[in-house]
Design a protein around this ligand. Structure first.
Ligand SMILES: Cc1cc2nc3c(=O)[nH]c(=O)nc-3n(C[C@H](O)[C@H](O)[C@H](O)COP(=O)(O)OP(=O)(O)OC[C@H]3O[C@@H](n4cnc5c(N)ncnc54)[C@H](O)[C@@H]3O)c2cc1C
Length: 424
């Protein structure tokens, strides 16, 4: 057992400056294990985390990237996950996720996507693993879709390449799409899709290679005194003492911190369908067909090809409340019927295509659909990151970078993602 002091700078960096000294004495396992030298090629943003022990709970898109970014800033980081990165219960599980900078008038997300895309590409090169597929993305609508049109000036300002098409132009350019009822399409050219569980696993592998420690265990928030958290408790009975904590529990955030009103997240049941294309037919795969989204009475989206998995189709309508641990993940006949009916109308060549795979996942829906990145009201050194609400995966690297910088005192909190917006 050792006890150690942390400097005022570190105290500020970890949000502990005014939080009393209770959490500062280190003992127990210590977070991060043996400190290791950074690899020679590491492009470290700063070393603001030197001497800081951090525990990150949750190795999904949010926790994994945050752990990696804290590590790259010099912190000793232990990442804990109950079932593993991108596991089949996690919201980051499954094959693929759309990445697009079109975000209505919410410029903050478009900016994050621009940065995230750079980091996804950089990660793919660093790890020699293709995680991003640049197919472009099509936003199709009946002509009244502020989510796309409000984004146009933002995309232009950020230098994101795009083109606006009429329904007729869309039909000529993509004869595999039936343009009936579509009056407007926004083609975001540098968008595409990401590998989901593979991405999470790759982040963990990178994290371990750069000196992070991973524990597979269920964790719970530990003692909070004097405005700071002191430790996390593992279901194994162990306690990990640290200076800084990040809880990125995805749909389990409400279980980790049940006292919030509204709840931090409300998981909803979502179904993903994969239909089999006729043999060959590059026009029905990502070789020739972009990722697509159609807004209207319901929002459907899809990822053609989906890394050779099939023609992915999903209904974005929020489903019934769902228990991420024990909820029944058998696909429902109704979702299959609705998805097929939509697909066959919009992509006539897919008529009669067999359903070859289906998954039930959950959105970890925040009360307003926006991310939550803030400290716990009772512990200035315990961060909550979640509320991806059906759109968070792509943002993982940018969120990790932002949160690590905020938690280490290099950057102010972002009020847009703060808990204050819910009042109370
Ligand atoms: C069907 C579907 C489609 C989606 N489509 C898109 C898309 O196209 N584009 C996009 O950008 N986003 C999309 N999203 C949203 C995105 O996938 C999620 O917002 C994002 O993956 C959430 O990541 P997370 O790290 O917060 O949560 P998770 O991935 O759920 O990670 C949380 C982790 O915490 C662990 N954990 C929980 N509790 C504990 C505990 N007590 N102790 C230890 N570990 C714990 C879990 O095992 C899990 O691994 C989609 C989501 C779904 C479900």
């Amino acid at each position: 057992m050792t006890s150690r002091r942390i400097s005022r700078r570190q105290a500020i960096a970890t949000g502990l400056a005014g939080a009393g000294a209770a959490a500062l004495g280190g003992c127990g396992d210590g977070a991060g294990g043996t400190a290791q030298s950074p690899p020679a090629d590491r492009e470290s943003a700063s070393q603001a985390g030197q001497g800081v022990r951090a525990v990150v709970v949750g190795a999904g898109a949010f926790g994994g990237w945050t752990a990696l970014e804290l590590l790259r800033r010099g912190a000793r980081v232990t990442l804990v996950d109950a079932w593993g990165p991108g596991n089949s219960r996690a919201s980051s599980g499954g094959e693929t996720r759309v990445i697009r900078a079109t975000y209505g008038a919410d410029r903050i997300y478009s900016e994050m996507v621009v940065r995230a895309l750079e980091l996804w590409k950089e990660a793919g090169e660093r790890w020699n693993d293709r995680l991003f597929f640049e197919t472009g993305a099509l936003w199709m609508s009946d002509g009244v879709d502020p989510y796309a049109t409000d984004a146009v000036p933002i995309l232009a300002d950020l230098g994101v390449p795009f083109e606006e098409l009429t329904g007729e132009e869309l039909g000529r350019r993509y004869p595999q799409i039936n343009p009936d009822g579509i009056a407007y399409a926004l083609h975001e050219k540098s968008a595409g899709y990401l590998l989901a569980r593979r991405g999470c696993q790759r982040v963990l592998e990178g994290f371990l290679a750069e000196g992070g420690e991973y524990r597979q265990a269920k964790a719970a928030a530990g003692t909070m005194t004097g405005g700071a958290m002191r430790d996390v408790r593992l279901a194994t009975g162990e306690t990990i003492v640290a200076d800084l904590f990040v809880f990125a529990g995805g749909p389990w955030l409400a279980e980790l911190f049940p006292g919030f009103d509204p709840p931090l997240v409300s998981p909803t049941r979502q179904e993903i369908l994969y239909f089999g294309t006729p043999p060959g037919r590059p026009d029905l795969t990502d070789a020739e067909l972009p990722v697509w989204v159609e807004t209207g009475a319901s929002l459907f989206y899809g990822v053609p090809g989906s890394n050779y998995r099939g023609f992915k189709v999903a209904d974005d309508t929020r489903g019934a409340p769902f228990d991420p641990t024990g909820g029944d993940r058998a696909p429902s006949p109704e979702a299959i019927r609705t998805g097929r009916s939509y697909m066959e109308r919009r992509f006539p060549a897919m008529r009669g295509a067999p359903l070859i795979e289906a998954r039930v996942c959950q959105y970890e829906q925040s009360a307003d659909g926006h991310l939550i990145v803030d400290t716990h009201p009772e512990a200035a050194n315990a961060w909550i990151a979640g509320g991806g609400s059906g759109h968070g995966y792509k943002l993982g690297p940018a969120l990790g970078e932002m949160l690590a910088a905020q938690a280490l005192g290099e950057r102010e909190k972002e009020p847009f993602f703060g808990l204050d917006r819910f009042g109370g």
